[in-house]
Structures are given as C-alpha cells and as structure tokens.
Design a protein around this ligand. Structure first.
Ligand code: K1U
Ligand code: ZN
Length: 179
C-alpha cells in the first residue's frame, strides 16, 4: 500500500491540537506501523500522527537509526507527556513538514517523557541530546506547534516568504503545458 503523505506547511491541519487516545485499538496499532514506515522512508528520526493528518496523540521516534540497512528500533509512544525539563540547549532542527529549512531552536537539555506503549504499559524515559530535542519537537506537533513558531519573527517571516515563492513556482510548473 502507498505510504501516507506527510503534510507540509502551511497546511492548517498541522496547527490542530491532537486528542488523547482513549483505547489502543487495532486502528491505532496500524497507524503506528504506517507512521514508522513513513519515518524510515523519508528518512526522519521522528514523526507525529498530526503530520499524517491524524489528530491523535501518538508519536514514533528513532534517533539511533542511521542507514537503510541499519537496525530499526522505533519508540512508539501513546499519549506522550514531558514531565520534567532541565537545562537549556540551542539545537539546529529540521522538520519533515517544513521543507528545505533548518534553524536553531532553544530547547530543554534533558527531559523525562511519560507515555504508554502499544500494550498499554506505562513507560518513563529520561532523555538528553538529540532524543530529548526530538521528544520536544514531536510533542509540539501534537500541540499544533511547528519549530518555526519557536524562532524569531524575522526568521519565520523570511521562511514563510521563501515557502510561498516555492509553492507558487510548483503551481506554475504543474499547470504549464509539457514542452
Ligand atoms: O517531526 C519531524 O518532522 C521529524 C524531524 C524530527 C527532528 C529533527 C531534528 C531535530 C528534532 C526533531 C526529522 O527527522 S527531520 C530529518 C532529520 O533530522 C534526520 C533525517 C535522517 C537522519 C538524521 C536526521
Ligand atoms: Zn517536525
């Protein structure tokens, strides 16, 4: 089956606050599996259900996976919550929903993540470095927040202008007759 497409800025669905998952059904397990496929295919180190147009609190993360034939060990987290934040770090981030842009974002250096796994078991993960940043980035997606909402107004508006031009160019190319 075709992979689910990743929504891209400025799609309004990326701003929706996702709802908690009341029960872990086969539908949720199937969504988690689809999301892992998309994450490894892109490739990315994380993905939130919001990015594939599903308004539920589910994320997948794998900050260890590096190559096509490497070991895949995704963390699949239902109703994730960041319970503790410590320190501060500036991290250069990208996003599968914000094409062709990277920027430094101020994040907590260490976090504690609480969530359920797909068996409904509570998990607690203390994270630092890239994993801590990725957890914060993905939980932001569930709250309808993109990393470009956390940079300066000037940098954000420069990106928005660039993105508008990019979309205009794509629309023109798509509508022009083949030569
Ligand atoms: O949520 C997303 O859009 C995925 C995003 C997560 C993320 C990246 C950087 C910092 C915080 C969160 C990505 O995975 S962008 C792609 C990326 O960073 C990457 C891709 C392949 C190998 C290594 C990194
Ligand atoms: Zn993202």
């Amino acid at each position: 089956m075709a992979l689910r497409p990743v929504l891209q800025f400025p799609d309004k669905r990326l701003t929706v606050v996702a709802k908690p998952i009341a029960s872990i059904s086969d539908e949720i397990r199937s969504l988690a599996s689809d999301m892992c496929e998309v994450m490894y295919d892109e490739p990315g180190i994380g993905l939130a259900a919001t990015q594939v147009g599903e308004g539920v609190r589910l994320i997948v993360v794998d900050t260890e996976w590096k190559e096509e034939h490497g070991v895949k060990n995704p963390l699949i987290l239902v109703n994730p919550e960041l319970s503790e934040h410590e320190g501060e770090v500036l991290w250069k981030e990208g996003c599968l929903s914000v094409p062709e842009f990277e920027a430094e974002v101020k994040r907590a250096e260490r976090v504690t993540m609480r969530a359920l796994d797909l068996d409904g078991k509570e998990v607690e993960i203390r994270a630092d470095g890239l994993q801590a940043v990725c957890f914060q980035h993905e939980v932001d997606h569930l709250d309808g927040i993109l990393f470009i909402d956390r940079i300066s107004r000037l940098k954000r508006s420069l990106y928005v202008a660039k993105r508008k031009k990019q979309l205009k160019r794509e629309a023109e190319e798509g509508s022009s007759p083949a030569s």
